[in-house]
Design a binder for this molecule. Structure first.
Ligand code: GDP
Length: 304
């Protein structure tokens, strides 16, 4: 996310440059804020979010007296940090899935449904979650409830084999809800504590898909509805989050491909617009490339 980083650094530098008086003046700061909004938008930050950040900075900075010997730069950086952490923290509540899984009785497995449009990295993310649980001594069951995507069934089956975790799939066109149901029964009968279920993501404007997802959700009664979105898709990710939240209600978001994202603004947009927390980020194609998301740490990285 070099682009976002560059935009923020430029803003800080420009404020420092115009801060020649003992007070930050409206006529000096306002044009910089206008420019900031445009550049944030070009870095995949949704316009409403860019404006919100600028408004907060306006309130914090304009008219601010600069005490003698104090450092303007740290003052601006601090304001910026505060604005961005607030945006990223909307709805944020850290989650310890491992502890939750451990506390489950085997008859009542932790159920996580994964939603998302095809191509965002959903299959890979489910495999990463399976790996994470396995690393912590918990073997999950993978359920492939997208029965229209033969590729996804096959891909998940291969991941399950590699990771030595049970796999429950369905024939082409089989009822997706029944696949999840089978996985729950399987886990209950054999004492598994976690179910990771894939769902269909044909097209996020498809009404049939919405019905299908609602049905799976009714049957599975998930503990968590996780949405997978791709950092490279910018405002599309925001639209997807809105769609899935309307369809099934989202509990948290996993932002993938942040390692390949040069712009960096998608995290801000998705968190701010939907009010749903980003709890994990995908940072590569390997199983271990899954990290916990922390608003403060992320902000420090982009402000540098
Ligand atoms: P699905 O259609 O949503 O199930 O997407 P896949 O899991 O098949 O992933 C699509 C592509 O994105 C694959 O080539 C993955 O290796 C890649 N991918 C998934 N997550 C990440 C990530 O965090 N970083 C990078 N660089 N690539 C990823």
């Amino acid at each position: 996310f070099n682009k976002l980083k560059g935009v923020l650094k430029k803003f800080v530098d420009s404020v420092v440059e115009v801060a020649v008086t003992r007070e930050l003046r409206e006529e000096d700061i306002a044009p910089l804020l206008d420019e900031l909004v445009i550049e944030l938008a070009e870095s995949d930050v949704a316009l409403e979010v860019a404006e919100e950040i600028a408004n907060r900075l306006r309130e914090e900075l304009i008219g601010r007296k600069i005490p003698r010997f104090s450092d303007v730069r740290s003052l601006v950086v601090e304001s910026l940090e505060k604005a961005i952490v607030d945006v990223l923290s909307r709805g944020y509540q850290p989650l310890d899935l491992i502890a939750e899984a451990r506390s489950r009785s085997p008859g009542n497995p932790l159920r996580i449904l994964f939603f998302g449009v095809n191509g965002v990295g959903k299959t890979t993310t489910i495999a990463k979650f399976a790996y994470m649980f396995k690393q912590n001594g918990i073997t999950p069951v993978i359920a492939a409830a997208d029965t229209y995507r033969a590729g996804a069934q096959e891909q998940l089956r291969r991941h399950a084999e590699k990771l030595s975790v049970p796999f429950i799939g369905g024939r082409y066109g089989a009822d997706p809800a029944s696949v999840v149901y089978d996985a729950i029964e399987y886990a209950r009968a054999r004492g598994y504590r976690v179910i990771l279920a894939d769902t269909a993501g044909r097209m996020h404007t498809d009404r049939d898909l919405m019905e299908e997802l609602r049905k799976i959700t009714r049957v599975a009664k998930p503990d968590y509805r996780a949405l997978v979105v791709d950092a490279l898709t910018g405002n599309d990710a925001v639209e997807q989050a809105r769609f899935f939240d309307e369809a099934v209600g989202i509990d948290f978001i996993i932002l993938t491909k942040v390692d390949a994202d040069v712009k960096g603004g998608t995290a801000l947009s998705v968190a701010a617009v939907t009010g749903k927390p980003i709890l994990f980020v995908g940072t590569g194609q390997k199983y271990e490339d899954l990290e916990l998301f922390d608003p403060k740490r992320y902000t420090e990285k982009i402000i540098g």
